[in-house]
Design a protein around this ligand. Structure first.
Ligand SMILES: *[C@@H]1O[C@H](CO)[C@@H](O)[C@H](O)[C@H]1NC(C)=O
Ligand SMILES: *[C@@H]1O[C@H](CO)[C@@H](O)[C@H](O)[C@H]1NC(C)=O
Ligand SMILES: *[C@@H]1O[C@H](CO)[C@@H](O)[C@H](O)[C@H]1NC(C)=O
Ligand SMILES: *[C@@H]1O[C@H](CO)[C@@H](O)[C@H](O)[C@H]1NC(C)=O
Length: 396
């Protein structure tokens, strides 16, 4: 186009015919050139033949995936339509009630040798059981490199497993399943079942894990059960567990951030909303916040046994409390577990000062990059903390 203008300028500006020609060029030819250029550059983004082959290959690959186990045919419990005001409940609550009784789902991804087989599972001192959703790839990657790294520490073995369901449908679901499969091929640390990975399905996830543990890791000593957005100080956990009087996991232990005298939220806009159609009673037994708690192998197996006769409840940590209550066991409070966050005195203090995190066991709500930074910082041998203990005041 530039060339056309130059040409017009130097050669024909002097006569009227040329003016007409210039006008013609500007009004008709230029738009044509522009449109052509745009179309052409659009085309350059289209895949070439080679790329088409790759896409084809991938979709064939994905199609093979689809043939992995079909969702089990667990039918709706249609009696729930008769519950008072069922029609007015939010969709996720309706879904919960319709499928509350379903407890068997195909295992899509397994890590069968996680504990070296059932007989060797007593060699695992601490199994980190981390609730994750398929799309949380960055969180899993950071945890693998930081506090959830599998290793031998202070003479004991630490192992890690992520527990997850499926997200989305169609292409999206297949893509995320592929992501998880690739991750598991590399890391052997994912259990995935074919159920919808929603907040209200967390209890289902926990119960499915306990069922898996019973078969694959029955003698593991201790477990940390928590979310994938916590910062945990694994070394402190080990130190605490090794310091217990009974440190072989054969006695009751269930400790974390303790809730007592609480009950279901009846506010439908609350994340933890549980209407009377799901639970009539206004009270929850004592339980530890689900962001993260520590328990012994003994207690995990006991909870699993109790779960057979307690119908699922959407709030997974409250459900753990129900199972403990039925077994006549009490959860306890641990000073170092801050699932509702740290209480840093004063606004001008840095909430991410590593000194606050050296003495805790775990803290909720960390972004992946902050987990990475903090993990390095708390291990810094030159870290100077002064009066660090002021940090660890009781929250609330
Ligand atoms: C629901 O209620 C209707 C009317 O009371 C009754 O006929 C039906 O059998 C009930 N359905 C179930 C599945 O309980
Ligand atoms: C179906 O739902 C009704 C009403 O909530 C409940 O009483 C019944 O136990 C449920 N059935 C099963 C198989 O869970
Ligand atoms: C739980 O997962 C099952 C299986 O995917 C699904 O049918 C159900 O709707 C889910 N429940 C909730 C409350 O999301
Ligand atoms: C830190 O504070 C806690 C609680 O106030 C106390 O039990 C502990 O001994 C203190 N630790 C140190 C090293 O001062």
């Amino acid at each position: 186009m530039f060339i056309v203008f130059l040409f017009v300028d130097t050669y024909t500006m002097k006569n009227k015919v040329a003016e007409g020609l210039t006008l013609f060029l500007m009004v008709i030819v230029c738009p044509v050139i522009i449109i052509f250029t745009m179309t052409y550059s659009d085309m350059s983004f289209a895949p070439n033949k080679m790329e088409y082959h790759q896409i084809q290959f991938h979709s064939n690959h994905l199609r093979r995936f689809e043939q992995t186990p079909q969702p089990s045919s667990c039918h709706q419990n249609t009696s729930v339509y008769n519950l008072t005001d069922f029609g007015t409940l939010p969709a996720h609550v309706k879904n919960f009630l319709l499928y509350r009784h379903c407890r068997t789902f195909p295992l899509l991804l397994d890590a069968p040798d996680k504990c070296g087989g059932p007989r060797h599972s007593a060699d695992v001192f601490l199994l980190l059981v981390i609730k994750s959703s398929p799309q949380n790839y960055e969180r899993r990657e950071v945890l693998r490199k930081t506090w959830a790294e599998e290793k031998l520490h202070n003479g004991v073995l630490i192992r890690r497993i992520f527990i997850t369901g499926t997200t989305g449908s169609g292409f999206e679901k297949r893509r995320l399943n592929r992501l998880l499969k690739d991750e598991n091929d590399h890391n052997e640390d994912i259990l995935q079942w074919d159920f919808d990975d929603s907040f209200y399905n967390l209890t289902l996830k926990q119960v499915l894990f306990l069922e898996w543990m019973e078969r694959k890791c029955p003698h593991v000593r201790f477990l940390l059960n928590g979310d994938d957005d916590i910062f945990a100080n694994t070394f402190n956990m080990i130190e605490y567990l090794q310091g217990l009087e009974e440190n072989d996991g054969s006695k009751h232990l269930f400790t974390g951030f303790l809730f007592v005298n609480t009950g279901p939220s009846r506010d439908s806009s609350n994340k933890y909303y549980v209407p009377v159609q799901v639970q009539q009673s206004d009270i929850y037994p004592p339980y530890c916040g689900g962001g993260g708690f520590l328990l012994s192998g003994f207690t995990a197996r006991t909870i699993y046994k109790m779960s057979h006769s307690i119908e699922l409840h959407p709030i997974d940590d409250a459900y753990m409390g129900m199972c403990l209550e039925k077994a006549g066991l009490m959860p306890t409070s641990h000073f170092g577990v801050r699932t509702i966050g740290l209480d840093v005195p004063g606004n001008d203090l840095d909430i991410f000062d590593p000194c606050y995190y050296r003495e805790i066991i775990l803290v909720h709500r960390f972004l992946p990059h902050m987990i990475y930074v903090m993990w390095g910082e708390i291990q810094d041998p030159y870290l100077r903390c002064g009066n660090t203990n002021s940090s660890v005041q009781e929250s609330q």
